[in-house]
Design a protein around this ligand. Structure first.
Ligand code: SF4
Ligand code: SF4
Length: 327
């Protein structure tokens, strides 16, 4: 088995969005040597860069060069800054990219992220288009935009891009958490206006009857934070493993207690179709052994979603994090 590893080279960023999950106490950078350690001791076939704005890492180009030389497929999520500033040669090293847009209009988007960012993300998408690099829109589904998904679909369509939706997780604050009703209303309007490419958000996947509800967390998803923590999911609270543990553990890192906890199905949900849903969501709320807060079965409710499926596409991120991609 080879791994798609999520890497936050840095938590540094040129913006200061209110819903951000990156650590804010100080700036951390992974080193090139730490990246080499990970690649030397784990079967890494792909690296997805996220967390902060990776182009702000002082060794960014050297790290991209190293990963490219190793034949590692690269993706990056960006607020536009990195995609607009890195040299052409390095931009072309990326297999596909994502730009963060959480609202469908310039006014709403810039109010939330900062004045001028709408133009930056659009410039980034245009630059990627010129180089033939597929660029998707990445939206965080929150209580402030769950009713904007139709507009986001239309925006993605007008730009010839896929829309990828991740549910907000309360890492720093629960201010943007969706209620149960908002969660399902968001997905209902998403699927009413777009065709589904893939869905690995476990509760939604279970409702759609798209095969096993189990998500990749703790199984084949490994995340490296800017501080050097090795965790099963980018939202996983706490951590005890670091990059320095990787040489001695290798793939046995998946057998450690943290990774086991992320994939464990709690006894109380063994018979539930969503198998507990999202482990990080349960862990962040202090209810790791309970049902997912968005589980309809524990409420004895039935959720009906009308979905039109698009042909499945090969998108690196579709297989390694819980996400929903529509076109
Ligand atoms: S652009 Fe991304 S990394 Fe930067 S502050 Fe906003 S959410 Fe956080
Ligand atoms: S489903 Fe898994 S990968 Fe997704 S947020 Fe939850 S724990 Fe993380």
């Amino acid at each position: 088995m080879s791994l798609s590893v999520g890497v936050g080279l840095t938590n540094d960023c040129n913006l200061a969005c209110a819903h951000c999950y990156r650590p804010m106490d100080q700036v951390y950078h992974l080193t090139l040597e730490q990246i080499m350690t990970v690649c030397d001791h784990l079967p890494v076939h792909a690296v997805g860069m996220g967390t902060g704005e990776n182009g702000l890492h002082p060794q960014f180009l050297r790290i991209v060069e190293y990963l490219q030389e190793r034949g590692v497929k690269l993706t990056m999520a960006s607020n536009g800054y990195s995609l607009n500033t890195i040299p052409d040669e390095w931009l072309q090293a990326f297999h596909d990219v994502e730009v963060s847009i959480d609202f469908p209009t310039e006014g709403e988007h810039d109010f939330f992220r900062g004045v001028g960012n709408w133009k930056d993300v659009h410039a980034a998408m245009e630059r990627c288009r010129r180089f033939g690099i597929p660029a998707s829109i990445l939206s965080t589904l929150m209580n402030v935009n769950y009713d904007k998904l139709e507009g986001l679909v239309q925006l993605a369509r007008s730009l010839g891009a896929n829309l990828r939706v991740n549910v907000y997780q309360p890492v720093g604050t629960d201010e943007f958490c969706l209620t149960y009703e908002q969660f399902w209303e968001g997905y209902r309007s998403l699927f009413a206006s777009a065709r589904l490419v893939s869905c690995s958000e476990p509760v939604v996947r279970a409702v759609l009857g798209l095969g096993p509800a189990v998500s990749p967390c703790g199984r084949q998803s490994v995340r490296i934070t800017p501080q050097g923590w090795v965790i099963p999911c980018v939202y996983w609270p706490g951590g005890s493993l670091t990059v320095e543990d990787v040489p001695s553990l290798g793939m046995a890192i998946l057998d450690t207690s943290e990774f086991q906890a992320a994939r464990q199905v709690p006894p109380s949900v063994q018979d539930c179709p969503c198998l507990g849903g999202c482990a990080s969501r349960r862990a962040l709320s202090g209810n790791l052994d309970q049902h997912d807060v968005y589980c309809p079965w524990v409420r004895e409710e039935e959720i009906e979603l009308d979905v039109e499926l698009a042909p499945e596409r090969e998108l690196l991120r579709a297989s390694n994090v819980c996400t929903t991609i529509v076109v």
